[in-house]
Design a protein around this ligand. Structure first.
Ligand SMILES: Cc1cc2nc3c(=O)[nH]c(=O)nc-3n(C[C@H](O)[C@H](O)[C@H](O)COP(=O)(O)OP(=O)(O)OC[C@H]3O[C@@H](n4cnc5c(N)ncnc54)[C@H](O)[C@@H]3O)c2cc1C
Length: 379
């Protein structure tokens, strides 16, 4: 990816805006939130996110026709890089902005777009993703949550699990079986379900980090408008897969700027504690630096390309393994106090476990690489 002079002008605009706006009431939000730390300063981060929206810094990738900024891929990368570089707080509405919004733009009816896109863009309605179930994670096509039409509404019964941010969401996009007796990817529908209604129960799950960012969600006769099915009824698997493909976006480059800052903090800590003089730790720190260079190069090389073979899977394995190893290295550098403490390193070390699971586990990514890139038989 090459940046043009116009892109660099855009970079300056983003940087100036962040400098001018991460001030006053928002000044001390720098660094707050993110995976494993979503509970941090939530109300203030929501206010900040709405401030971003009011200035046109949400829905960057959406076409202008739907209220987006119509930003090019390079501009999106630049925005996320500058955002991370400024240490701006983690955004609270990524699921709506980056997953559901583009899915609706591709598959939604004009009425669905008009109803749902503006509140996503303006951060007035928050979304969660209701895919995984106790019996359907890696094997998502085993979804068993059922929905049947009753008058003008879908009636939904079943259980979802690991639903990130369901406890703060207003809406959930739910993959449900709408054709009785159907199996696998057949007979599934993609429904837009309000969370704040009597038939929905959300139970937070306490994580290894001690915080609760994901939840069990029980649907017990919950209702959704009959018109709020994205794509045709029974064609939800195709829509659901399109949403999954969006998880690999320009934001990954911003994430890596955050990774670089973490590595720099760790290098600083290694200098201060004297760990940098230990030959084995020096070796590991140098390897971490090389590893991050490789992740960034691969991401820049493949982002926005045709998505050949198994690039997304390779990148997912590269970054998640790298970040997990950084947490382990931090424990080596900082020693015992960090193992029992409650600081950024401790959380990184613990939350890193999740990174090789969500968005498709390592084993599943390697299965994809084996089949698509190496042409090996599936079984
Ligand atoms: C932090 C976090 C946030 C999440 N947020 C959401 C969310 O918002 N919405 C949502 O719907 N889901 C969410 N998930 C769920 C996530 O998508 C699943 O955890 C993931 O797909 C794995 O499914 P599972 O947990 O059921 O594990 P399983 O599928 O039961 O897998 C268990 C183990 O078996 C291995 N395995 C399974 N099948 C195979 C195979 N065919 N070959 C080799 N090994 C295999 C897996 O790699 C894993 O090690 C989240 C998960 C985490 C950790």
């Amino acid at each position: 990816m090459r940046f043009t002079p116009q892109d660099e002008q855009f970079r300056a605009e983003v940087r100036d805006w962040l400098d001018a706006n991460l001030t006053g009431e928002f000044a001390d939000l720098r660094g707050a939130g993110g995976p494993g730390r979503e509970h941090e300063r939530y109300a203030e981060r929501l206010a900040w996110n709405r401030h971003l929206a009011a200035a046109g810094w949400t829905a960057l990738s959406w076409p202008a026709e739907w209220g987006g900024r119509g930003a090019t891929l390079a501009q999106q990368v630049i925005f996320h890089e500058e955002y991370a570089r400024a240490g701006a707080p983690a955004r609270v509405a990524i699921v709506g902005e980056e997953l559901l919004g583009p899915t609706l733009i591709a598959f939604g009816t004009p009425e669905q777009k008009a109803r749902f896109l503006p509140p996503i863009k303006e951060i007035r309605e928050l979304w969660c993703q209701g895919y995984s179930e106790p019996g359907a994670g890696s094997d998502l096509a085993s979804v068993a949550t059922k929905a049947t039409l009753d008058g003008g509404q879908w009636v939904i019964t079943g259980q979802k699990i690991w639903t990130s941010l369901a406890h703060v969401a207003d809406w959930c996009f739910v993959l449900a079986r709408t054709e009785p007796g159907s199996a696998r990817g057949q007979g599934l529908s993609y429904l837009l379900v309000p969370m704040r209604q009597p038939g929905v129960t959300v139970r937070p799950i306490r994580q290894l980090t001690g915080t609760s960012e994901f939840n069990e969600v029980f649907f017990d006769g919950a209702r959704a408008d009959a018109a709020h099915v994205v794509g045709q009824p029974g064609d939800g698997w195709r829509v659901a897969k399109a949403t999954l493909a969006l998880e690999r976006g320009a934001a990954l480059l911003g994430q890596q700027v955050g990774f670089r800052r973490e590595l720099e903090h760790l290098l600083q800590a290694a200098r201060e504690t004297g760990a940098a003089a230990d030959p084995l730790l020096r070796d590991k720190l140098a390897r971490a630096w090389i590893g991050l260079e490789a992740v960034r190069a691969y991401a820049l090389d493949t982002l926005g390309g045709p998505g050949e073979a198994a690039e997304a899977s390779v990148l997912k394995i590269l970054w998640s393994r790298w970040h997990q190893a950084l947490g382990e290295l931090a424990m080596d550098v900082l020693g015992a106090p960090s193992l029992t403490g409650d600081d950024e390193w401790h959380r990184l070390f613990l939350f890193g476990r999740a990174e090789t699971i969500y968005g498709g586990s390592d084993e599943i990514q390697r299965n994809i690489i084996a089949a698509r890139a190496l042409g090996l038989p599936r079984k």
